[in-house]
Write a protein that binds this ligand. Structure first.
Ligand code: NAD
Length: 510
């Protein structure tokens, strides 16, 4: 306990030192390697999810800043795209090294800015470095293509970077998610204009500064802060931007697709989810329980791949949900910098209201609401702390079974057999991930095949392997990240056909 307290104190001390700069000076845009305010001098306030305190002012960008950043990215593009892959690899590994060096700083800033528990933010910062390393190593071969010979021609393909791209990210784990998009774009040879979420803008600044320190040329990674409806919208409409990599809500994805349509933007969307965990009676129920709890109550449940619905076979349903209800009362809710905290304060007052509105919805719909332990401190009037919750007695037609809540809230639904499990699992607008627990091998294959999702984990929590494809179907997204899938998005493929002999050329009009 003494150790954990002293680490909490150390974290508080570290956070106050690293947040000073954000408190004392406005966070500016980073364009062409230089910090700059908005032409209008407009700023917006960034508040702490912990106590509502003012963390600092942030430049609020719009057309002029987006235009400057898009021009900087355009001017830097040719040189960066033709920088040898080995050199891009070296610079991106430098970025990863500096992320590791500054991981503690990134983690505490992220924790205070988002309310996410430090235990997860430490790991998320290091994962950011891993993202850079993985894609850095692909840079030298990114342009490689295929030879597709015929008797008369040698066809060969090669890839080249598509151009300057926009990366637009959400607030839930902003640093890690930004690296997941920006690292492959840079490895491919694209230049980037990043618009971070306005509720958690700080670590985007740290990443852009680290990239400059690591030797990334000015203009290759630019950051424009601001609201989605202004900075984000203008960015997706800018003619110099060739593609938009977006992570956020499904509704925003629709808007971005429309905004980008006049300039024919390529889009890649990672959107919402209402991911089912299907637990069959023959499964290892203790492991299924641990995984379900971990995937919904870690990261404040603000996780696109969270296990937000648990579908449990009737014969084990009561036992499983009773254990769930008991376990959520042991999950520590607290200050995000306290190492013992699992659930921290949710990001924003509006989001707290949205999440909490589902408690009334659940009761109105006839479900039973179980709550975990509440925050033990003095939360104040506008507390963002939300005790973990479990809804039982739910059925597939209820809103709590269909809508993305994006908080530490789990909906449990019983099912009778495999057909019903699949029908319930697929009965939502989303299709990101599915989790399946069974010791029946053939059923595991069969059900995996029948789930309308982009990713399935069998007898597993959400373990990521970076070369594998990540993405969803239905309203959960368009396109895949990971491995070579990322490069296909950030690059164009060209085919060259060379005649190897004197194939027949039709003579017309002779
Ligand atoms: P959001 O869609 O509200 O905002 C995301 C980003 O889009 C922000 O930077 C915002 O400023 C910007 N934006 C908003 N309107 C815009 C517009 N008209 N044009 C351009 N940009 C605009 O999402 P959020 O609330 O920040 O994040 C939560 C959502 O993100 C959840 O739905 C969650 O499931 C999803 N998410 C998905 C994944 C995934 O990989 N599928 C990962 C993390 C989060």
């Amino acid at each position: 306990m003494a150790d954990s307290n002293s680490t909490f104190d150390q974290n508080l001390d570290l956070a106050s030192r690293h947040l000073d700069r954000f408190a004392n000076n406005p966070t500016l845009h980073l364009i062409n390697g230089a910090q700059q305010p908005s032409a209008s001098a407009a700023t917006f306030a960034n508040y702490s999810p912990i106590d509502g305190g003012h963390l600092g002012e942030v430049a609020s960008g719009d057309g002029p800043e987006v235009d400057l950043a898009a021009r900087a990215a355009t001017d830097a593009f040719e040189a960066w795209a033709t920088t040898p892959g080995e050199e891009r690899r070296r610079i991106l590994h430098n970025v990863a090294d500096l992320i590791v060096d500054r991981a503690k700083q990134i983690a505490v800033v992220e924790s205070v800015d988002t309310g996410q528990a430090i235990r997860f933010m430490n790991a998320a910062a290091v994962r950011g470095a891993a993202n850079f390393r993985y894609f850095a190593d692909q840079a030298p071969a990114a342009a490689d293509g295929k030879a597709l010979p015929t008797p008369d021609h040698l066809n060969y393909t090669s890839r080249r970077a598509i151009g300057p791209v926009a990366v637009i990210t959400p607030w839930n784990t902003p640093f890690m998610l930004s690296t997941w998009k920006i690292a492959p774009a840079l490895a491919a040879g694209c230049t980037v204009v990043h618009k971070p979420a306005e509720w958690s803008p700080f670590t985007a600044q740290l990443l852009a500064e680290i990239a400059l320190d690591a030797g990334l040329p000015p203009g290759v990674l630019n950051v424009v802060h601001g609201m989605g409806e202004t900075a984000g919208k203008t960015l997706t409409e800018h003619p110099a931007i060739k593609a938009v990599a977006f992570v956020g809500e499904s509704q925003t994805g629709s808007l971005i697709q429309a905004q980008g349509a006049p300039t024919l933007k390529r889009v890649h969307f990672e959107l919402g989810g209402k991911n089912p965990v299907i637990v069959f009676a023959d499964a290892d129920l203790e492991r299924a329980l641990d995984a379900t709890i971990f995937m919904i109550y870690s990261l404040n449940g603000e996780r696109c791949t969270s296990s937000s619905r648990v579908l449990v076979q009737q014969s084990v349903h009561d036992e499983f949900t009773e254990k769930l209800a008991k376990r959520i009362r042991t999950i520590p809710v607290g200050h995000p910098l306290d190492p013992s905290t699992v659930v921290g304060p949710l990001i924003h007052r509006n989001h707290v209201q949205k999440v909490c509105s589902y408690f009334a919805t659940a009761a109105e719909e006839g479900a039973i609401v179980h709550r975990g332990t509440d925050y033990a401190g003095q939360p104040g009037e506008d507390s963002h702390y939300v005790a973990p919750a479990l809804f039982t007695g739910a059925s597939r037609g209820m809103r709590i079974a269909k809508e993305e809540i994006f908080g530490p809230v789990l909906t449990a639904i019983p099912f009778a057999d495999e057909d019903e499990a699949v029908a319930v699992a697929n009965d939502v607008e989303y299709g990101l991930a599915g989790y399946l627990w069974t010791n029946d091998l053939t059923r595991a294959h069969r059900v995996s095949d029948r789930l309308d999702v982009g990713m399935v984990w069998v007898n597993s929590q959400n373990v990521r392997h970076l070369p594998t494809p990540f993405g969803g179907v239905k309203r959960s997204g368009i396109g895949r990240d990971g491995g070579d899938w990322s490069f296909d998005f950030y690059m164009d493929t060209k085919n060259v056909a060379i005649a190897t002999g004197t194939h027949r050329i039709p003579k017309l009009y002779q």
